[in-house]
Design a protein around this ligand. Sequence first.
Ligand code: GLY
Length: 318
Amino acid sequence: MRARVVASQNGSVGIQAALDVLTLGGAAVDAVVAGLSLVEANPEDRSVGYGGIPNFLGQVELDASVMIGSDLSAGSVAALQHYQDAAKLAQMVMQELPHVLLVGAGANRLAGEMGLEEKNLLTPETEQLWKDGLEGTYANPEFTDYLTKMRTLIGTVTSDPQLVERPYGTVNFICQDEEGRIASGVSTSGWGWKYPGRVGDSPIIGAGNYCDDRYGAAACTGRGELAQRACTAHSIVTFMRFGLSIEEAVRQALTDLARLDDPLRGEMNVVALSREGEPWGAATVPGRFYVYQEAGMAQHEVRQRVVVPIYEAQEPTM
Ligand code: GLY
């Protein structure tokens, strides 16, 4: 079969590098990390790695995970500070430790021990954006206590249709080699202005990322709390296991989110790949895309995601 890569749209800066790893005979998980690392290094992407929008206190906290579908190995980091290479570190957790998930100080410690480069992840542009959120464009001067201010800010930025910098974003990569082996990975700086220490779906195996060569793989972007509550990535792979097509599996997993009460009415997006190599992208709102490239294609294609609406038209209530 042909080597192939499916990624969320912001993965376009890394998709060629990921495919190159596969076509040169590299492992699918190395292709995933190659792709994710270029997105983490991209300061234009405000939802991942260097230049990600920080938490409420102005600290950039990163979450990431990788998974190998041939033996279900997995590694993750959460609330990592001062190191850009969250996906590489997740791979190191998987390879170097008898653990799956490291958080906060432990993740920072391993990054130092593994010789990853320490870096200030806050760019002047994201620092300004963060301040605008706290004090400028989205601030409500009536609120002075910390929790009310944070909740109001998140509600405002989430419901603003004009907002260019959405408060949550993430990158997904799913890579399949010529032998059909699959690996998947996710990286994010999580919600902008989030409560310090908040961990989303991206480093939670089964929520934001899941992969099993026997059936396929899936990964999520969007409001992580929804995927955490419904185990969305694992659900998609399990639905394929029980015979649903990739389209049916993705539709079912997104439809299942409709019964979750969510005052923010957040969106969810998924990319998926079947074991036969069929890619799929879907979102709960219109206007979302994903990227796809396989061996032999000179460049990636940008593809529209199928829309699976989960809310009736209604304004957010928070
Ligand atoms: N989906 C990324 C997050 O919620 O953190």
